[in-house]
Ligand binder design. Structure first.
Ligand code: PLP
Length: 385
């Protein structure tokens, strides 16, 4: 193998060939603007409508409840800022300590503008305790934003119960499901959320496209961008038709693959874990043992600096220390620190995230490289001695 095995699907996925094929005509001959009244516009308009239906179907929503955005960061900002401003008499926001910066930063920005914020801690598995989340809510809570699954550990949150507690207080509920789509089933009605975020490039569509679900019964969001009336005025600007078509096709593939993809992912992930666990004494799992995305494996190598290990195996394995988009290399992962893990365990943590195009031979190859890395063999020998 001349390229390292890619075990970083939580950072981003390649574009699926079916997705590329679906979007290609809209980069070439079907280049129309969906707002145009001629046939070019009509083709683009129809394609956007189909994609909206496909994305809605992935999460059990109606097409009118889907707003296309320029990615999950924008969807999170729109949900948080838009919902906070939609309920001006409520000035309190609740979130968790392990959210992605695209949730935490807009919440901190609102705090600087006068909103009160409560950050709920997580337990040692990285789960938000339902009782703690409910206790944090107040009569003036506007929005509760808790991620569906964590990008670093894959731990899945009890969203349904937290949403019920939020609604009992009259608050709105948002969940960032950027990491969940295509890995586990998503049903907005069963979850009971008002807003849900998706990111195309986490499930085999391109980067720079995402979607925000807004329940029809939720109050209209105050937009964060102002312009013409696209996306029902919630997200103005000429639609990125090729990327929207791609998102729709990726959503359809994810939906069709729900019976097979999660099993394939979990099989590969568990295969990797079993090899590492059996060969490396003291290796420990970070995150929830069962309530976890099927593709995510976060493990701490004992007495090892994960950055050094990654550099050592860089020509065989592409994985990640913490997450790709957090600038927290010095302090270590925000999520693992929030879980209260010991410093050494945080320093030795690596995230492996598997994907649709991997096979067992590639996992074997990557595992062999990790197990035989000099820093790992030295520590293993000293522990066994
Ligand atoms: N939310 C989560 C949980 C993520 O993992 C990411 C990306 O890593 C994002 C939001 C932001 O996605 P994007 O950078 O595509 O806007």
């Amino acid at each position: 193998m001349n390229k390292p095995v890619y075990l970083d699907y939580n950072a981003t996925t390649p574009i699926a060939p079916e997705v590329l094929a679906a979007m290609r005509p809209f980069l070439e001959e079907d280049f129309g603007n969906p707002s145009s009244s001629h046939v070019y516009g009509l083709r683009a308009r129809e394609a956007v409508a189909l994609a909206r239906l496909q994305v809605a179907e992935l999460m059990g929503a109606h097409p009118e409840e889907i707003c296309f955005t320029g990615g999950a960061t924008e969807a999170n900002n729109l949900a948080i800022q838009g919902a906070a401003r939609a309920l001006p008499s409520r000035r309190h926001l609740v979130t968790s300590a392990i959210e992605h910066p695209s949730v935490l930063a807009p919440i901190r920005a609102l705090e600087a503008q006068g909103w009160d914020v409560t950050i709920v801690s997580v337990d040692a598995y990285g789960r938000v305790p339902i009782a703690a989340a409910a206790r944090a809510m107040r009569e003036d809570t506007a929005l509760v934003s808790i991620m569906h699954a964590n990008n670093e550990t894959g731990t899945v949150q009890p969203i349904c119960e937290i949403a019920a507690a939020a609604h009992a207080r009259g608050a709105l509920m948002h969940t960032d499901a950027a990491q969940s789509a295509g890995k586990v089933a998503l049903d907005v009605r069963a979850l009971g959320v008002d807003f849900l975020t998706l990111a195309g490039h986490k499930f085999y569509a391109p980067k720079g496209i995402g979607a925000l679900y807004r329940a029809a019964a939720a109050p209209p969001l105050v937009p964060i961008l102002f312009g013409a009336g696209q996306e029902a005025g919630m997200r103005p600007g000429t639609e990125n038709v090729p990327a929207i078509v791609a998102l729709g096709r990726a959503a359809q593939l994810a939906q069709q693959g729900l019976g097979t993809f999660p099993v394939h992912l979990a099989t590969l992930r568990d295969h990797l874990y079993h090899i590492l666990k059996s060969q490396i004494p003291g290796l420990c799992l970070n995150g929830h043992p069962t309530e976890r995305l099927p593709n995510t494996l976060n493990v701490s190598f004992p007495r090892i600096d994960a950055t050094t290990l990654l550099a050592t195996v860089a020509s065989e394995v592409a994985a990640s220390v913490g997450s790709a988009c957090h600038g927290d290399a010095l302090e270590g992962s925000t999520t693992l620190n929030a879980m209260g893990l010991a410093r050494e365990r945080v320093a030795g943590a690596l995230r492996f995230s598997v994907g649709r195009y991997l096979d067992k031979a590639q996992i074997d190859y990557a595992a062999r490289a990790l197990v035989s890395a000099p820093c790992v063999t030295v520590v293993a020998a000293s522990i066994n001695r």
